[in-house]
Design a protein around this ligand. Structure first.
Ligand code: ADP
Length: 397
């Protein structure tokens, strides 16, 4: 069975075609600058040179047509026409309160999805456009929506309710939702497997640390609380996002810069985080390099990030009901032993201790010292593969 995974942004589209017995990626690619001058389409098949086309892509339909043409092109090694695709899994950022798991998109679901647009005005409209375009171009292929928020729908009201007048929740569904759910769900399940029954129902905090970062408290396999909120702007300090701050800072920025609310939010989304603090880069490899050379603000940015993660982990312990294991994933979580060490150092009082060699080894596994009171794992995540697996599971139901 082949599953196509699609992630549609406002002017971009990324895709991967998976063969589902081995999870082999048969082809992948992306379209950038859709609807803009200088559109670029890249398609890659393993073992062959990537194909790049600078043809205009008027809209997402043009981009999906281009991808179907490339997939069906026998010269590219994988003649996969529409009938070879069992389903398309779409990443949908926000499922609101309607969706607790992945679903096949039928007209009723499509109607409910429409209502989620207001909750994620930047992300959901292009995600839904991807679904509509594929439904039109591949009418016989089922479309499945996989939500970043779904895993967190098990949070209790005490964890998701914001302390603002209740009518904003009752009428407008303003509450904590949380994101990166597909990743947290996979990493928590894999961590429980790696613990191999060492603690009956393990209490786990999963740490998805990448360009966007979030934490999730998991107990009995369910998300109990998470660091992101109504949008993916809150929680930890991130590459370019501020994470949590006093909301009064927003009105201060607006007055100081004489700017609109949209511009103030742009400062918090794109000019903040470790990039904003350091003035150097949102990329932790650059920051670690600059910090080693003595760049004070790069050092400060890394310090703030590590502390923000540790503080976030500590704040989730009540939700998990204790702590049996921490699990690190995503770009930084998987690849930066230094950052894992810095974060874990805040929990030495708890008897948490890393094994230096295992922490530096790379790959999946337990990196805690034998005597550590809390286990620590690295679990590589792969959101596209998870979306493909979710899609397959939904189609088999
Ligand atoms: P996303 O999927 O959200 O775009 P990723 O999970 O791929 O992000 O994470 C990307 C980030 O991971 C990069 O911005 C970089 O900061 C960090 N990263 C990747 N490799 C390393 C590394 N070897 N050391 C430190 N940080 C790394």
């Amino acid at each position: 069975m082949n599953i196509l995974v699609l992630n549609c942004g406002s002017s971009s589209l990324k895709y991967k075609l998976f063969e589902m017995t081995t999870y082999e990626v048969l082809a992948k690619g992306q379209a950038d600058r859709i609807g803009l001058p200088g559109a670029l389409f890249t398609h890659e098949t393993p073992g062959l040179a990537p194909v790049q086309c600078e043809t205009p892509l008027a809209d997402h339909a043009a981009a999906v047509s281009a991808l179907l043409t490339h997939l069906a092109d026998a010269r590219q090694g994988i003649p996969a026409d529409r009938s070879d695709i069992a389903g398309v899994g779409h990443r949908v950022v926000h499922g609101g309160e309607h969706f607790r798991s992945s679903v096949v998109v039928d007209p009723a679901v499509r109607g409910l999805l429409e209502k989620t647009k207001a909750l994620a005005p930047l992300h959901n409209p292009p995600n839904l456009m991807g679904i509509d375009v594929c439904a039109r171009l591949m009418p016989d292929v089922p479309q499945v929506a996989v939500f970043d928020t779904a895993f967190h729908q098990t949070m209790e009201p005490r964890a998701f309710t914001y302390a603002i007048p209740y009518r904003y929740y009752a009428e407008d569904a303003v509450r904590r939702y949380g994101f990166h759910g597909t990743s947290h769900r996979y990493v928590a399940a894999r961590t429980a497997e790696l613990l191999a029954g060492r603690s009956g129902d393990p209490r786990i905090i999963t740490c998805h640390l990448g360009a966007g970062s979030s934490l999730c408290a998991v107990a009995k396999g369910k998300s109990r609380d998470t660091s992101m909120g109504f949008t993916p702007l809150s929680g930890l300090v991130m590459g370019t996002r501020s994470g949590d701050l006093d909301p009064a800072v927003v009105s201060f920025l607006m007055e100081k810069e004489r700017c609109s609310i949209a511009e103030a939010l742009d400062i918090l989304n794109r000019q903040s985080g470790v990039f904003g603090i350091s003035g150097v880069s949102p990329d932790f490899r650059d920051l670690e390099q600059e910090a080693a050379r003595g760049h004070e603000r790069a050092r400060l940015a890394l310090d703030v990030f590590a502390y923000s993660a540790a503080r976030g982990i500590a704040s989730l312990i009540p939700a998990a009901g204790g702590l049996d294991a921490l699990a690190f994933t995503a770009g930084i979580g998987e690849n930066s032993p230094v950052m894992r060490l810095r974060i874990c150092a805040y929990f030495s009082w708890l008897g948490l201790k890393l094994d230096e060699d295992k922490n530096n080894a790379g790959g999946e596994g337990d990196i805690a010292a034998g005597e550590s009171a809390v286990r620590v794992f690295v679990v590589p995540t792969d959101e596209e593969k998870m979306i493909a697996r979710e899609t397959e599971a939904v189609l088999k139901k």
